[in-house]
Design a protein around this ligand. Structure first.
Ligand code: SAH
Length: 225
């Protein structure tokens, strides 16, 4: 347990010797632990028993154009809660945010995992451009299908498109507040591994679209079944 975590347990949560907490490290499942010493600098715990086995990491890939400040925090946290395994920031033509703080993304992912007892914290990939993502997709992702949430797609339910992909490895790409440019849309639609999907008749804000897109994927071909 590092200094910050010790401080959090002892000073913020005011845990004292004898108190029990549940800890996880992303490899060994969730463990019930008991405090056996609690000096402000460092806390020592006894691992009492495993209360949940380690869950395998999710293979669901989620690419998004970074949004500004707390909306960015929000989409990271929601991606974790929705069961994403890889979080990929994608810089597009209309992306508003150009300087990502990876430690902030990671802190949000860990916080969401702790709150929602997600035992495998998603991997956060280094930012990339849409161009580079598409050019390297087959080499990096093999046969994974990239679901392109296209706000310009004629309104339709994504159910049929998703049901046809039931046994495929999946990625979801959500654009920025300003949407995708025509050139980006053309490049995406020309890619054989891309399947455009509509998320209904209304234009959703990017953070709403992320949750809506992940919900339909998980409910139709994901781990909500
Ligand atoms: N261009 C629009 C909004 C883009 S919304 C504008 O500026 O108002 C941000 C992203 O959410 C889009 O790029 C798309 O990935 C997704 N999205 C929003 N509504 C959608 C819909 N009805 N169907 C598919 N994707 C949608």
């Amino acid at each position: 347990m590092n200094k910050d975590q010790s401080l959090y347990l002892a000073a913020v949560l005011r845990k004292a010797v004898g108190d029990e907490v549940v800890l996880f490290n992303g490899r060994d499942g969730a463990w019930l632990c008991r405090l056996i010493s609690d000096s402000k600098k460092s806390v020592t715990l006894d691992a009492v028993e495993q209360i949940a086995p380690q869950t395998p990491p999710s293979d669901l890939w989620y690419g998004f154009a970074p949004l500004k400040s707390e909306r960015l925090d929000y989409v990271i946290q929601k991606a974790v809660e929705m069961g994403v395994g890889i979080i990929q920031p994608v810089m597009t033509q209309f992306t508003q945010l150009h300087r990502l703080k990876p430690e902030r993304l990671s802190a949000n992912a860990i916080e969401a995992a702790e709150q929602c007892e997600v035992l495998s914290v998603p991997q956060i990939a280094p930012e990339t451009s849409l161009e580079a993502l598409l050019d390297t997709w087959p080499g990096v992702h093999g046969d994974r299908i990239l679901l392109f949430a296209d706000e310009a797609e004629a309104s339709a339910s994504p159910v049929a498109a998703l049901e046809r992909l039931a046994d495929r490895r999946i990625g979801l790409l959500i654009g920025p507040e300003g949407g995708f440019s025509d050139a980006e849309r053309a490049k995406l639609r020309a890619s054989p591994f891309v399947v455009p999907i509509s998320l209904g008749p209304r234009i959703l804000r990017a953070d709403t679209a992320a949750v809506a897109g992940l919900a339909v994927i998980q409910s139709i071909i994901g781990d909500w079944r």
